[in-house]
Design a protein around this ligand. Sequence first.
Ligand SMILES: *Cc1c(COP(=O)(O)O)cnc(C)c1O
Length: 526
Amino acid sequence: MQIWLAQVGRVKLYLLDTDRHDNDPIDRWLTGHLYGGNQDTRIAQEVVLGIGGVKALTALGIKPSVYHMNEGHAAFCTLEIAREEIQKTGKSFYDIEQTVRNSCVFTTHTPVPAGHDVFSPDLMDSYFANYWPQLGLSREQFLALGARRLGDPWEPFGMTVLALRLSRAANGVSELHGEVSRKMWQILYPDRPENKVPISHITNGVHARTWTAPLLGDLYSEYLGEDWSSRVADPEMWAKVDEIPDAELWWRHQVLKERLIAHTRSKVKVARQNRGEDHDFIQAAENLLDPKVLTIGFARRFSPYKRGNLLLRDAERALRIFGNEQRPVQIIFAGKAHPADEEGKRIIQRLMDWCKHPAIRYRVAFIEDYDIYTGQKLVQGVDVWLNNPRRPLEASGTSGQKVCFNGGINCSVLDGWWCEGYKVGADGKGLNGWAIGEDANTSDQELQDRIDSESLYKLLEEEIVPLYYDQDENGIPHGWIEMMKASIKTNSPLFNTDRMLVDYVAQMYAPGAKVDAAPILASVGV
Ligand SMILES: *Cc1c(COP(=O)(O)O)cnc(C)c1O
């Protein structure tokens, strides 16, 4: 293995690399791709990350005060920290486990089961048979570190389980996700009620300056202060957004929307050419979308739980909304499916077909390669950001937060961060955006899809479209702009990385920060 150093601003970023001439050809490829391998590739990658990561830091002479594991992928690091400690002190695993735990914290990032790696005991044998003796453990004791329950020889080794067992503190990434995670992992804490499971939450945030369009950043400099980007967690600073004249905010927003449309046209045209579509359809890309029209953005990985086609559930009604002559609506989709996700690919196909419908062929666009550049253009240029996952599977979500810094307005299921961000007024209607469906889950997916799609159509027809098209003689929608300002004022001070980092330092990294970890079953019974 070799280590690369990338200097990111003032931060040193070390990268692990197996692509060395003295490695096997297969091993050289391990760090060259993220997804797509089998379980064997996956465990090898995680051994490199977790065990290799600790070895790399030791070789560099770096002694971290905290190891922060994000997802279980790096959880093998706990084993290597233990191994080094045992080698140094000659003590037993159970004597030093608390020392390991004192230096580790863990963040879980998704309630979707596929996001939590588990490995079969067979696979663990082939990678760790030489390793557990170095920890002074038997095979059973070792496998118990990753077992949700004991006594089943087929119980897989769970990376999240290992991380929870050997961390002093753990958190989810939004309030609701904390609650869902406590329920999900209560099995590890049989003597505790769900609300006492030691997983707290710190809600995600985004880096304001990276995601705020410079055109708006200039406006913030003028009205909030030159130093606005170093005071982003201050709600009083954001309250000054009210002083920005409506016309000023609006023309800047419109310019950003025009840039997004230009970007979309060129992307879509090239994609149509590459697919060998017919000439007229390729040419039509040049007239795609219109900056005067209410513009919705929807961008994410097309996993089925994100329900990329919820909007098409009642195709006729969707056509009436988007194809309306007087008050049309347009939407830009961006994203791709996981290579192995057939259902996700079908959803994309359905959207692509919908783009060709004569009534809306200029109102719907699909951008296939959703990267950071397209992401920036989208979150900076849309009027409305649509997010309709199946509750409660979106742990936090961050793209809707990026939109707020640019005056975009969220229309989202009350999942992840939006559960905390959404504010209602005295009339029970949204002050800073819209909530799709009810604040409740049903296990009946069909029913949930019906409730949520009905709610989405109704919001579009009765609130979103009328508010946008209520414009003065200069084309300025004052009611809409009031909501844009509410979106900026209420969300920006909360959903940024400055606030997030302060929370991590106080609640997770500070030496006193401590939650009781799950007892290791091995030490109480095996
Ligand atoms: C922000 C962003 C994401 C993550 O968005 P979520 O809402 O958290 O799913 C993914 N890809 C790109 C390109 C992004 O900019």
